[in-house]
Write a protein that binds this ligand. Sequence first.
Ligand SMILES: C[S@@+](CC[C@H](N)C(=O)[O-])C[C@H]1O[C@@H](n2cnc3c(N)ncnc32)[C@H](O)[C@@H]1O
Length: 327
Amino acid sequence: MSVPCVRVSTDEGEATRRRLAEEDLLVDEYAITASDGDLYIPVSDPDAVPDDLTIVEFDAPERETPTTPAELLGFEPTYERLGDVVILDEDSPERAREIAEAVMESDVRAKTVVNRASKVKGTERVRDWDVVAGDGTETVHTEYGCEFELDLATVYFSPRLATERHRVVEQVQAGEHAFDMFAGVGPYAVPMAKQGAEVVATDINEDAIEYLRRNAERNDVSERVTAIAGDVRETADEYEDWADRIVMNLPHTADEFLDTAVALAGDDCVIHFYDFQHEDDRFGPCEAAIRDAAEPAYDVTVKDEHTVRSYAPHEFNVVVDARLTRR
Ligand SMILES: C[S@@+](CC[C@H](N)C(=O)[O-])C[C@H]1O[C@@H](n2cnc3c(N)ncnc32)[C@H](O)[C@@H]1O
């Protein structure tokens, strides 16, 4: 359809587009089109276009807007993305199937849609999934510029922790010794190594450690990451007194591993201790457990404590950053 457009040479196109955008004169419904060395930029009000620009009528094609699941469903579904896997949390299998069909038909990039079929469970904190559409639970997820290959069916991974992980990673200094006791596929370990840390990462889940090694390679940090499979209480002996920083992301049971963490700690070490706690006292029990394990060998100072996310009614996922300084 013929619409009013500003015609400019292609090398002036981006500057002109920006000028028109600043004046709020761009039209979303029609596409900017290149033809014979010129660019045709559809505008909403030709009379408001600055005089130095040329207005012509041009047959600009309608812009194709991506189709969203909500447009197909008539309601806004809730879902998370993990690479090209779409994750649902629906009680009703029919509703899950309906949403999955809409996701696959829409322009959302998805090879598989899965629905949560259990809570995270067992030592390895893996969940069951119903594959509702598509095929395969392996994917590559990008978080703050790092790529993580993983299989949701065999390892733990939550995209919801991205901001919290980034908060920790930003504190890491080049050359420091960082020990990730419950490392999963490496979403702390790999970016800590990218910051220049020497990283040791352990996990009892052999699949997770296999992915962690691949992820270290994928992100070009394998020379700074040592990945060890097994129970950290049994595999970390040679790193006693080694760590400047320890990540303990195993809420519920991390306190059972504080003696190991203290053995790993060097003279001055920050521990990032995660837990689930009741709203009435979110941080007190964490701090008490850390003091119980570390004192009197170390002075314990709480550097930071905050709520990562809500976990269940009146329960919160919390983190305490504690500095241990040898007396
Ligand atoms: C909550 S996940 C956290 C994974 C990772 N830090 C992340 O943010 O995605 C806890 C991890 O601890 C591992 N784990 C549980 N018990 C362990 C143990 N005794 N020694 C080492 N790893 C353990 C599980 O296999 C799981 O991958």
